[in-house]
Write a protein that binds this ligand. Structure first.
Ligand code: VG1
Ligand code: CO
Length: 537
């Protein structure tokens, strides 16, 4: 390696680049070495390695194993076939008291020779490295001039067992078993099995990504779900050419099925690395922000949470629906920046039990990542206990707490300069915004979100621009930290509606004044040249 690579700055969730970038000689090695160089005391310790099975996964796993040996790790645990869902990797780290783990994934981004790849480091609590550590890694990438790698043959990743190479133990483990056992401790599998055998039909779309084997073992084999309703369950290196992103655009097939005349009772999907979830009941799409609130309100119905919740946490752009549940339960509510790494401290300190993000991520203190199948199983457990349809549960929730209309508009692959200009101009306007009338709305206040971590006192600034309107509507603007080409502008809109007689509006219609205010205040068309968002969720 002759020189450092200037662009190895981890984003919202690790380093994500196009595959050809990771294939540049020394690129992958430089980043992995920078991770190892930023850690202290790895000698003889255990490292977990696994990925979502996308193109280039196997090659990087072999490299990571050889580098772990040369850097002095005593043992690596690798998922069979190189596969570990992100939540399963988190669990393996915790269960084996590993020093940490390397998770190879670009999550919901497409895979293939010219598509995306990613590397993320998780610490010993099983969660993504906090900012202090990712900043140290990035600093190291700027000066690094060598990497350490042992010289031995490729490990047979398809065979479980214990091997030895380069003075290090290499354990290839079944990626599903430990995770499935953890799920059995949290949920009433008997009750879910009884629900399913009573004719309750469950559909699951694994999107040709990592959750296929998990769904087959847990949903089909252990819970009796009809295998014909588990779609795309074989992980493919290119996810069948699709985006493994469980939203209304990329999981359209599931959505159409759930809205159609022969809809199963309950439908769900997960993303590339298995940490996201999409929940759709028969004839009812549950927004992720609502799902978080509903899971929190009903979690006590599952054995793992029968003692109640210590608190709830949500990322800032996630709707306030969960806040209303926390208030009712009388537990702490936390608002963090986007990205799961900010939940780790709160979970470790026992300040919250359930966390979630508007981007289809929900999870709890059972691991330190969001967990797609966990959310599906908690929903099923709740449905099995309440013996109501998903639609009835949603309607009851809205009747009790009011409905929070919520939507996110993404403008993908816009010019980075234009995106930065839009954000800067918007923030500049904040000084004179309070009191301004925008259509039927009046601005109450506007700010740039900063997070003060109540556990370690660290401060994270510039985490998104927020505009609050009188009456409670809210607009949030931020730029994505997971993309690999240009910039993605995310605009988040919400409005709370307490009146039950107004709970039947179409979301975009219900949010029309807020959507219009976004254009008026930020000049999205002018800055991006786009007439419409690329993706609406
Ligand atoms: C997006 C989501 C964020 C999520 C992150 C990683 O980040 O908005 O909520 O934590 O992806 O999810 P951004 O910076 O692009 O908005 V995953 O499932 O891609 O690991
Ligand atoms: Co993901």
């Amino acid at each position: 390696m002759r020189h450092p690579f200037p662009d190895q700055k981890p984003g919202t969730s690790g380093l994500r680049k196009k595959v050809p970038v990771f294939q540049e000689p020394g690129y992958t090695e430089a980043f992995i070495q920078s991770i190892f160089d930023s850690l202290e005391g790895i000698e003889g310790k255990t490292l977990v390695i696994g990925g979502d099975g996308r193109f280039y996964n196997r090659e990087v796993i072999q490299t990571a194993i050889r580098m772990a040996a040369a850097n002095g790790f005593g043992r690596v645990l690798v998922g069979q076939g190189g596969i570990l869902s992100t939540p399963a990797a988190s669990h393996l780290i915790r269960k084996n008291k590993a020093f940490g783990g390397l998770i190879l994934s670009a999550s919901h981004n497409p895979g293939g020779p010219t598509e995306d790849f990613g590397i993320k480091y998780n610490i010993s609590n099983g969660g993504p490295a906090p900012e202090k550590i990712t900043e140290a890694m990035y600093a190291r990438t700027q000066t690094i001039d060598r990497y350490l790698i042992a010289d031995f043959d490729d490990v047979d990743l398809d065979q479980t067992g214990v091997f030895e190479a380069g003075g290090m133990a290499i354990e290839v483990v079944d990626p599903v078993t430990d995770y499935a056992e953890l799920m059995e401790t949290l949920f009433d599998f008997d009750a879910i099995r009884a629900l399913v055998s009573g004719g309750f039909m469950v559909a699951f779309d694994a999107m040709h990504a990592v959750t296929g084997p998990y769904a087959r073992e847990i949903l089909v084999r252990r819970l009796g779900v009809d295998p014909a309703l588990v779609f795309n369950a074989t992980p493919l290196e290119d996810f069948g050419g699709h985006h493994p992103d469980p939203n209304l655009v990329h999981a359209r097939m599931l959505y159409d099925l759930m809205m159609g005349p022969d809809a199963p009772d309950f439908g769900a999907a997960s993303d590339g690395d298995g940490d996201r979830n999409l929940i759709i009941g028969r004839n009812i799409f549950v927004t992720p922000s609502d799902s978080l609130a509903m899971l929190a309100a009903n979690a006590h119905l599952a054995p793992g949470y029968k003692g109640g919740l210590k608190g709830i946490a949500r990322s800032m752009p996630t709707s306030g629906a969960a806040d209303r549940v926390a208030a009712k339960l009388g537990v702490e509510m936390h608002e963090t920046p986007t990205g799961w790494k900010f939940f780790g401290n709160l979970l470790d300190a026992g300040r919250c039990t359930i966390c979630g993000e508007e981007s289809a991520g929900t999870g709890s203190d059972h691991v330190r990542e969001k967990d797609g199948l966990w959310a599906v199983l908690l929903w099923l457990n709740i449905l099995a206990v309440r013996r109501q349809s998903a639609l009835e549960i949603v309607r009851d929730h809205w009747a009790e707490y009011g409905r929070t209309y919520y939507s996110r508009h993404d403008y993908e692959a816009i010019e980075t300069e234009n995106a930065n200009r839009l954000m800067a101009a918007l923030e500049d306007s904040f000084g004179s915004l309070a009191g301004r009338q925008v259509g039927s709305l009046t601005v109450e206040k506007a700010d740039s979100f900063s997070y003060h971590d109540p556990v370690d006192g660290s401060v994270s600034r510039n985490q998104g621009l927020r505009i609050f309107f009188e009456g409670g509507a809210r607009l949030v603007f931020r730029l994505s930290g997971t993309g690999t080409s240009g910039a993605t502008l995310r605009v988040y809109m919400e409005r709370h509606e307490p009146d039950v007689s107004r709970h039947d509006q179409e979301t975009q219609t219900a949010l029309a004044p807020v959507i219009e205010a976004a254009e008026t205040l930020a000049g999205i068309r002018k800055h991006t040249g786009r007439d419409a968002p690329t993706v609406i969720t």
